[in-house]
Ligand binder design. Structure first.
Ligand code: NAP
Length: 449
């Protein structure tokens, strides 16, 4: 029996789900993978830091999936605007949403609106055309709120020199901005302790690998209560993170020109302003409450920083025509099947960060995809999937063409990829594997070459 499925979002979550769909042995499945950007790969292209080639390398396995003939990439299409979910039901037996989480959670404290969300900066340095193309990097001391892997990424990029990043795929405007970056000191703030930090050990160690950066921790901030010790014993990754932080705490400052200070037990309470200018960040000292939580001590510190970023988590955005839980910022679902109130939505499924929230490494989305596709196949076996009105697989292309949508394809990615590699190899400042093309129209133009 054959099935046609629309997967919306060509990041790792959507590609893993597509792979499981087309590999199924009981059904002959064809997938159309819709993507808003002209290029595929989502978080790998627009979320992973440019100096993380190991993680960017995941793209090779995703590439192999997209090469399969049962999968068709349709980029440069905004589902909800260019085509609605109800319209897609006329062409597909089922729809899987995997649009991820790209927006920043809001920093809710006085002056917090002056703080820049980490995702904005990531969007800038990863050359995402939906984000600002110029960046103010005049601050000598910078605060980064949050002690997760995104905080590590942006602190590392802020502390590295532009030249160190020139071996990567960064576009010219990003290099020019980073080359003139004035930041010398980056302060990261965790409101709880080292055992409650969200870092992973490998990424924390990588923070210290540049010759121009020294990472420091105040020995006073290395503190564990009974609950923290228990967490360390139960979780090897937490224990390794604590060990790395302890190493950072016993060293003397050296002559590295850029310092990253990781502070614990400091809860940001106000971004201090003088008119439009940021003049500091006020934090309140915390202590552990014995249960993994914290309580304020009433002791405040003003840190003289001129720029504040918050890396306190991402959030998903609603998809037009699909239920959305505004409190949890996810699409409500039961095991991946979208819920409308207490009933299952017709043939509509969800996977990845928009299903469970923005936590976990890229590989974790594989188990998500498995749960979701198992649910979809169970519904197919039960005969409860949608029956599309169009049986011709090219009918959807006719509709897109009729609407004047310049959709991009997997063949188009090969063209864009070739153009980016040529730009990288011929780069006069520093030849490298690839230089990213940022402008939307440019991407579409190359994809149609
Ligand atoms: P995260 O891991 O959830 O970390 C968020 C941090 O923000 C936590 O330290 C949290 O502290 C803090 N925070 C939240 N609200 C706060 C507030 N109001 N005031 C002060 N601090 C606050 O989120 P993330 O860093 O965005 O990462 C998202 C996911 O992507 C994670 O699974 C991460 O591992 C993954 N990722 C991986 C890589 C990689 O290189 N492998 C790179 C980037 C991201 P509390 O714990 O106290 O709430």
């Amino acid at each position: 029996m054959s099935l046609r499925v629309a997967v919306i979002g060509a990041g790792p979550a959507g590609i893993y789900a597509s792979d499981l769909l087309i590999r199924n042995e009981d059904y002959d499945v064809h997938v159309d993978l819709f993507e808003q950007m002209p290029a595929p790969f989502g978080l790998i292209r627009y979320g992973v830091a440019p100096d993380h080639p190991r993680i960017k390398g995941i793209v090779n396995s995703l590439h192999r999936v997209l090469d399969k003939p049962e999968l068709r990439l349709l980029g440069n299409i905004e589902v909800g605007k260019d085509i609605t979910i109800d319209e897609l039901r006329q062409y597909y037996d089922a729809i899987v949403i995997s649009t991820g989480a790209v927006r920043d959670r809001e920093l809710l404290l006085p002056g917090g609106d002056a703080s820049i969300g980490a995702g904005e900066f990531v969007g800038f340095y990863d050359g995402n055309p939906r984000f600002d193309r110029s960046w103010n990097l005049e601050a000598r001391e910078v605060a980064v709120i949050g002690v997760g892997n995104v905080a590590l990424d942006i602190s590392r990029v802020l502390a590295k020199t532009g030249d160190e990043l020139l071996v990567t795929e960064i576009p010219d405007n990003v290099y020019e901005s980073l080359k003139n970056n004035k930041a010398e000191v980056v302060h990261m703030f965790g409101r709880r302790g080292p055992a409650q930090a969200k870092f992973t050990p490998k990424e924390l160690r990588e923070l210290d690998e540049s010759d121009t950066i020294q990472v420091l921790v105040d020995p006073e901030d290395i503190d564990y209560d009974a609950q923290s010790e228990e967490v360390r014993r139960a979780d090897k990754s937490v224990d390794l993170v604590c060990q790395v932080l302890e190493q950072y705490a016993i060293r003397e400052p050296d002559d590295a020109p850029h310092k990253i200070h990781i502070h614990f037990f400091e809860e940001p309470v106000e971004v201090l302003r003088d008119g439009d200018a940021i003049v500091g960040l006020r934090t309140e000292r915390q202590e552990l409450d014995g249960e993994g939580g914290i309580r304020g001590t009433g002791q405040f510190t003003d840190w003289p920083v001129q720029q504040v970023y918050h890396a306190i988590g991402y959030r998903s955005e609603p998809v037009e025509g699909v239920p959305f839980d505004l409190e949890r910022n996810v699409i409500p679902n039961d095991g991946g099947h979208v819920m409308e109130g207490s009933t299952f939505a017709d043939s509509l499924y969800v996977t990845g960060w928009i299903k469970r929230g923005p936590v976990g490494l890229i590989g974790n989305t594989k188990s998500d995809a498995k749960e979701t596709t198992d649910m979809l196949f169970a519904d197919a076996a039960a005969g409860t999937l949608n029956t599309p009105t169009h049986s011709d697989p090219d009918a959807i292309l006719d509709l897109l063409t009729e609407r004047g949508i310049e959709y991009t394809t997997w063949e188009g990615w090969y063209e864009l990829d070739k153009a980016e590699r040529t730009l990288g190899e011929s780069c006069s400042i520093h030849p490298r594997e690839r230089k990213k093309i940022v402008e939307w129209e440019e991407m579409v133009r190359h994809a149609h070459a």
